[in-house]
Design a protein around this ligand. Sequence first.
Ligand SMILES: [Zn+2]
Ligand SMILES: [Zn+2]
Length: 134
Amino acid sequence: MITGRCLCGFVTYTYDGVIGLAGYCHCQDCRRRSGSAFGISVKLDKEGFQIAHGRLKGYTKQGDSGTELTRHFCPECGSPIFTSSPRHPLHLYVQAGTLDDPGIVRPIHQAWKSSAVAWSTIDPQLATFTKGRV
Ligand SMILES: [Zn+2]
Ligand SMILES: [Zn+2]
């Protein structure tokens, strides 16, 4: 059984099913909703996904692709949990970073590279700290 949760722990979920394709998305909407350089989501079967605790709030907007997307997030701490679309009724696109074991995700593509910001790739020359910066 796969599990995940938001930052504050109000929303927890379980998943029993196949781990689908995962990918980076550099579109403007993913940048804004994540507050970071890009989003990383993993495609899961809606059928095997269950909210175990809490509830989600949704925000619906037409994406850059023209598809209507609903972004579901924790109403308490704001963590994005998954994206759904009426165009893909059998699947959810879960934010990979909310998984308790994010190591199970293997991104295989990057979409909307034309919108990518220069800092979406971490320069290996940057000063690096194993833990917090001192
Ligand atoms: Zn939360
Ligand atoms: Zn996107």
